[in-house]
Design a protein around this ligand. Structure first.
Ligand SMILES: *Cc1c(COP(=O)(O)O)cnc(C)c1O
Length: 228
């Protein structure tokens, strides 16, 4: 089942890329496995999936310990409490949700201790929903300039979540705003940061996100089914 769902999503991603004049391999699929057991992850791995996304720090740690590290890349996509950074860092490939200075400070400290650098995306708050995190669009440039002094954090781009809605078109202005912010950051952002990655789009709105320039889509339900 997971294999079929993955094939369907991959085919659809390629079709949407083609329709948008983009290369079929311009978009990476992160399979959001939060709340699903490790055997589901193994099933997806057997179908060739490498990138997995988790929202809960302890859950990522437990799963990462149960899967051979050389076969997967772990993405942390949820709100990360500073006191949970230590659980996430050892296995982390990419943090999608850098959203505040105190988190950057904790990552800098923990990453120094592990003698590694951490790749991260700045999460941008593009809806008016108070339940969502992120740096407001007008503050991203200032935030990036502060983070530039943290030598253990390597900024690779931006992430956002569209609004809760059955209508994917409602997410388009959010995605477009992040794409425009990418252009601004490339022009005015601090030296040493790259802005190539745009993590945007979930099961309900990834085609719109790809049309608007997403390089990473985060897909849970369309691959693993409804969460319990
Ligand atoms: C759960 C989650 C997803 C995946 O959502 P689906 O609608 O199941 O595809 C993507 N991004 C974030 C930040 C999430 O929390």
């Amino acid at each position: 089942m997971i294999q079929q769902h993955l094939e369907t999503v991959r085919r659809h991603v390629r079709e949407v890329c083609a329709g948008a004049g983009r290369s079929g391999d311009a978009v990476r699929i992160v399979a959001v496995s939060k709340t699903f057991a490790v055997d589901r992850i193994h099933e997806a791995m057997e179908a060739g999936q490498v990138d997995f996304g988790e929202n809960y720090a302890q859950e990522l740690k437990t799963k990462a310990e149960a899967v051979p590290p050389e076969l997967v890349r772990w993405h942390f996509i949820g709100h990360l409490q500073s006191n949970k950074v230590k659980f996430v860092l050892p296995a982390l490939h990419l943090l999608h949700s850098l959203d505040r200075l105190s988190l950057a400070e904790e990552i800098q400290k923990r990453a120094s201790a592990l003698e590694r650098t951490v790749d991260a995306l700045i999460e941008v708050h593009t809806t008016d929903e108070a339940t969502k995190s992120g740096v407001s669009p007008s503050e991203v440039l200032g935030f990036a300039r502060v983070v530039a002094s943290f030598d253990r954090i390597r900024i690779r781009g931006l992430m956002t979540m569209g609004p809760f809605s059955d209508d994917p078109e409602r997410a388009r202005p959010c995605f477009r705003q992040v794409r425009e912010l990418q252009t601004l950051m490339r022009r005015e952002g601090p030296d040493g940061m790259t802005w190539d990655e745009l993590s945007m789009g979930m099961s309900g709105d990834y085609p719109v996100a790809i049309q608007e320039g997403a390089t990473i889509v985060r897909i849970g339900t369309a691959i693993f089914g409804q969460r319990g």
